[in-house]
Design a protein. Structure first.
Length: 134
C-alpha cells in the first residue's frame, strides 16, 4: 500500500505546487470587428508570464459569449518567463468558428503544466473582458 500511496501523494502535491507557480496574465483582449482575413472580425489576446519556473505544455483559452463558451488549446509560441505573447484569432478560424467572433465578451485562461510524470491542467488563472474597437 505504501509503495502506491506515497508516489501518488507526491505526484498530487507536485501538481498543486506547479499550478501555484503557473502564473499567467491576460494583459490585453481586443476585438476589431472590421479586421481579419475575411473582414469578419479579429480578436487579439496577449498573455504574459511571470518569473516562476515551470514547464508550460499549453494554454487553455475559454472564449465566452452571453450564452456559450468555446474552448481552444493553444500550443504555438508559448511564453517563457518574463515574456508576453499575442495570439490572433479571426472569424474564419476553424477552432472558434462555432460562434460569431464579434459576440465574444470575455476570455479566460488556464495553464497546462508538465509535472514529473504527466501534465496537470490548472484552474483558470486569469479572465479579461474583451475591449471592442471599430
Amino acid at each position: 500500500v505504501i509503495a502506491f500511496v506515497e508516489p501518488f501523494i507526491r505526484e498530487q502535491t507536485s501538481g498543486a505546487e506547479v499550478c501555484f507557480k503557473a502564473r499567467l496574465e491576460i494583459t490585453r483582449a481586443v476585438l476589431d470587428s472590421n479586421a481579419g482575413s475575411d473582414g469578419g472580425g479579429e480578436l487579439n489576446v496577449s498573455i504574459a508570464r511571470g518569473s516562476e519556473e515551470f514547464e508550460l505544455d499549453k494554454i487553455i483559452l475559454q472564449f465566452k459569449t452571453s450564452t456559450e463558451t468555446i474552448v481552444k488549446e493553444e500550443t504555438r509560441n508559448l511564453p517563457n518567463a518574463f515574456e508576453e505573447r499575442t495570439y490572433t484569432y479571426n472569424s474564419g478560424d476553424s477552432d472558434i468558428n462555432e460562434i460569431d467572433i464579434n459576440s465574444i465578451q470575455s476570455v479566460a485562461i488556464a495553464p497546462v503544466v508538465k509535472t514529473e510524470k504527466t501534465t496537470k491542467t490548472c484552474d483558470i488563472v486569469a479572465e479579461k473582458n474583451v475591449e471592442k474597437v471599430e
